[in-house]
Ligand binder design. Structure first.
Ligand SMILES: C[S@@+](CC[C@H](N)C(=O)[O-])C[C@H]1O[C@@H](n2cnc3c(N)ncnc32)[C@H](O)[C@@H]1O
Length: 418
């Protein structure tokens, strides 16, 4: 099938970004592999919705589309099955001001201090803890474990706004766990994904030998004061109190769960104006494995999370499309007449040795044509597909868009609910 240039006139001239306060600072809270660039989400939101309307992303990842929707005064709804994605998406729908972060940190600090670290350190963090330890200076690692366990303790005992505040602070931590920045707690490493412990162990051994030969370590491990790093990062990413109040007043919501079972209630049927989302690209990305330190820091084992994700993330194209069919059917029910579904999907290999590369956009469009014949209540019309021309250097996950996985090309597939 030939690639169709998007015919709809409203997609031809996408508006430039609208300056709407300093919410954009929050997009930098953490990078996560395979997130889309904020401006791509913003352009679609501005083109296809009006203020006050509902924007849904049922594979919300780090919440890029949700924050862009809220930043532009739309109401954002998000879903993700990965706990780290849920925490980052939650932080973007319920941001805190810098003073509120300090208050929340003080609450956690009181628990760590008064409870004595032995009380807090219960060993709940499981077997991954030893692997995580090689990324940090021992003192930083002890502070980190106390902080994580204090958050787990509080998570069970808090609800409502207090719980949202805790999630925001956990989201700041997720952005500091590894990276290159001054505030990053780990040895210098990738910010977007958690590097493998075997690789880091090897690099540390190489460094020891370099240092013995009088050379500089490539992966130096320095003590970082966790609390200072959290505060300093909060200062960089927290928006002003007026932006925070505006975003919160829009009452965006995020669910921790699968797009396959969302929504459980008919509350949003026929009310969503835009569904803007990017489902997994078959199994080309292992979200749980690639975020293993972040999951550990939230009290989850990445292997368990991976099993939970298995339903959707599949190496089989037909299984993948079967799962997507369920999501598309629900989306058709959620969208109001005239509303749009914009899917961003890449061209991928079904496995690393596979040839040729599968154009997921074309496969999805073909499946929706079959769905129109199969279901009476599926009313999505394909408006067009355009190549996502984000230059390689501006993608947030360059390492993923490698020729190896076949994902050099992304496509924006647009449907309208008739
Ligand atoms: C391509 S990423 C989305 C990235 C997002 N657009 C962003 O800007 O961060 C796909 C997301 O789907 C999530 N996911 C995988 N299986 C899922 C499921 N069954 N239900 C909901 N989310 C799922 C992954 O955790 C991942 O965050």
């Amino acid at each position: 099938m030939q690639e169709i240039q998007l015919a709809a006139e409203h997609m031809e001239e996408l508006p430039e970004s609208v300056d709407n306060g300093d919410y954009i600072l929050l997009q930098g809270i953490a990078s996560r592999i395979c997130s889309f660039p904020p401006w791509l989400a913003r352009q679609h939101i501005l083109t296809l919705t009006d203020p006050g309307e509902l924007v849904l992303d049922q594979f919300s990842g780090k919440g890029t589309a949700l924050l862009e929707a809220l930043g532009q005064n739309r109401v954002a709804l998000g879903v993700d099955v990965a706990p780290d994605a849920f925490i980052l998406s939650s932080a973007k729908t319920y941001p805190l001001t810098y003073p509120e972060v300090l208050e929340t940190l003080a609450r956690i600090y009181r628990l760590v201090d008064h409870g004595s670290s032995d009380h807090v350190l219960t060993g709940r963090l499981g077997s991954v803890t030893r692997q995580a330890s090689i990324f940090y200076h021992p003192r930083t690692f002890r502070e980190l474990r106390c902080f994580i366990e204090a958050c787990l303790y509080l998570r069970k005992r808090t609800s409502g706004d207090r719980l949202r505040e805790l999630r925001f602070v956990q989201a700041i931590l997720l952005g500091l766990l590894h990276g290159h920045r001054n505030e990053a707690l780990s040895l210098p490493c990738s910010h977007a994904y958690s590097m493998s412990p075997a690789y880091v162990r090897k690099k540390r051994l190489e460094d020891e030998s370099r240092v013995r030969r009088g050379l500089k370590a490539k992966y130096p491990i320095a003590y970082r004061n966790l609390w200072e790093c959290l505060e300093s990062r909060a200062l960089q990413i927290c928006p002003s109190s007026s932006t925070v109040a505006r975003i919160r007043s829009l009452c965006g919501r995020v669910w921790y769960g699968s797009a396959l079972t969302f929504p459980k209630e008919p509350e949003f049927e026929g009310r969503v104006t835009l569904c803007l989302t990017s489902p997994p690209y078959l199994d080309r990305q292992r979200y749980a494995k690639d975020n293993w330190i972040r999951l550990w820091a939230l009290g989850y084992d990445h292997r368990t999370v991976n099993r939970r994700m298995h339903g959707f993330i599949s190496g089989s194209l037909s299984k993948y499309l079967d799962h997507l069919e369920l999501v598309l059917l629900k989306t058709s029910r959620l969208l109001r007449v005239g509303g749009h579904l914009v899917l961003i999907v890449g061209d991928v290999k079904t496995d690393l040795k596979a040839k040729p590369i599968v154009n997921l956009g074309t496969e999805i469009v073909r499946r929706t044509r079959q769905m129109s014949r199969k279901y009476d209540d599926f009313h999505m019309v394909h408006l067009g597909t355009r190549r996502d021309d984000v230059p390689a250097g501006r993608r947030s996950s360059n390492s993923f868009w490698s020729s190896q996985a076949g994902t050099k090309i992304d496509r924006i597939v647009c449907f309208r609910r008739e």
